[in-house]
Write a protein that binds this ligand. Structure first.
Ligand code: PMP
Length: 448
């Protein structure tokens, strides 16, 4: 680990502390498909797809070729003043693959965060209202607007106020840790009543522009709301002139076994925000929304010089082609179900696994101190992550003690088996008490 440690030490001398929360000192040298090699020549199976931004895996040859060819023609031409074909082609593709057959328009960005800010601007402009409602535990980004909609870490809010006003946060439905102790197949959706109560006490609905939700929550622990909850939320929006906006930045582009996770619920949102995997790791995001919403702002209300960069557009078009041609959505559904089943079998063996959740290749393994109290087991998560990395498997943990399992969709069944064997062996070593406490100084994960 000589070179890795050396670079990590140098990094500490030159790079800002606000943007790093490492789980282990991994310094990547190259990657191919679901495999990664570090600068010391160690091999890993990437079960994190570099945090869900590489659904097509590392260095996919078709995507690399498209990026290279475009870079040789022209790297940039600002879309504010001029036009280029890759942008038009990509916008059309996004209109075609997103739910809803109504007129839509697209705008590009460079990160999920700036696209969330764009959503706030368009929703406010279109409705003439200022409030946006989002959910506790959600991460929506690090720009002022997106961090104001996030409610996951106090560190994101300390020292930088005032943040953007009129952002309200409601509890996300959490069926595993239901605070009303109810069964979600028979309950009366007490969690939805919390929203209704907020709307009758302190959030005037006639000033709500949009409700933003992740249809399958990511960083708050891979939570899945009941269908009935999303149906009620959608109806509430429609009855009150509120836009229904979804953040698909983490779960989009096939990850959950559909193009977009909202499709599992049969709902057509007014605004879809996407990023991460859209261009296989090239800096790109997009907002796709009803035409009338997108046309509520006039230039230069929302433009960035390098938005819709043609190299990134080509990477995104190639990404969509690969997802279609290699049937990666089907692969996410089928291999994802296999992966989830293997974790469920582990749950039968190991008391520390309280719950296994998720769809397709977005799975959360919730580690608990006690199955009755369901208290999150952050120590177990940190140690198991670290030991898995030592065994050549890249995972992370979120939301206290939830192992985040999101491999590239191109991963093979054999690679999944090898990775899960490594994770299972790490769980066994944790239970046997053979992972030392000092790894906790490295594998901190999210901090508050
Ligand atoms: N929304 C969700 C659901 C995310 O997972 C992320 C990234 N973790 C973001 C927004 C922000 O995206 P970016 O980091 O590209 O700004």
């Amino acid at each position: 680990m000589d070179k890795c440690n050396d670079i990590v030490e140098k990094d500490k001398l030159v790079y800002s502390s606000a943007g790093r929360m490492p789980y282990y000192p991994l310094v990547i040298a190259k990657g191919q498909g679901a495999l990664v090699e570090d600068v010391d020549g160690n091999q890993y199976i990437d079960m994190l797809a570099s945090a869900a931004a590489l659904n097509t895996g590392h260095a996919h040859p078709h995507i690399v070729a498209e990026i290279t060819q475009q870079a040789q023609k022209f790297i940039h031409y600002t879309p504010a003043y001029m036009f280029h074909e890759p942008l038009v082609e990509l916008a059309q593709e996004l209109i075609d693959i997103t739910p809803g057959s109504f007129e839509k328009r697209v705008v590009f960005g460079l990160s999920g965060s700036d696209a969330i800010d764009g959503m706030i601007k368009h929703a406010r402009a279109y409705t003439g209202r200022s409030i946006i409602i989002s959910f506790v535990g959600a991460y929506h980004g690090a720009t002022y607007g997106s961090l104001s909609l996030s409610a996951i870490s106090l560190n994101m809010r300390r020292k930088i106020g005032p943040i953007v006003p009129d952002m309200h946060h409601i509890n996300y439905p959490n069926c595993y840790r239901c605070k009303y102790n109810l069964d979600n197949t028979t309950c009366d959706l007490e969690c939805f009543k919390e929203l209704e109560e907020a709307l009758s006490n302190y959030i005037p609905i006639d000033n709500v522009a949009a409700i933003l939700i992740e249809p399958i929550a990511g960083d708050s622990g891979v939570n899945e709301p009941p269908q009935r909850y999303l149906d009620k939320l959608y109806n509430l929006c429609k009855e009150n002139g509120v836009l229904f906006a979804v953040d698909e930045i983490q779960q989009g582009f096939g990850r959950t076994g559909k193009w977009f996770s909202i499709e599992h619920f049969g709902i057509e949102p007014d605004i879809i925000v996407m990023g991460k995997a859209i261009a296989s790791g090239m800096p790109m995001s997009a907002i796709v929304a009803r035409e009338e919403i997108m046309h509520s702002l006039e230039a230069p209300a929302h433009l960035f010089t390098t938005m819709g960069n043609p190299v990134c557009c080509k990477a995104a078009l190639a990404t969509i082609n690969v997802i279609k041609n290699e049937e990666l959505i089907k692969q996410a559904e089928e291999l994802g179900a296999y992966m989830k089943k293997r974790f469920e079998q582990m749950r039968e063996k190991y008391e520390i696994i309280g719950d296994v959740r998720g769809k397709g290749m977005s799975v959360g393994v919730d580690l608990v101190k006690n199955r009755n109290t369901k208290e999150p087991n952050k120590e177990a998560a940190a140690k198991i992550c670290y030991r898995s990395w030592e065994k050549g498997v890249i995972i992370a943990f979120i939301a206290g003690g939830v192992l985040r399992i999101q491999p590239p969709l191109v991963i093979t069944k054999e690679q999944i088996d090898t990775a899960l064997d490594g994770i299972e062996a790490s769980i066994q070593e944790y239970i046997a008490g053979s992972i030392p406490d000092d790894v906790l100084n490295v594998a901190k994960g999210w901090t508050n």
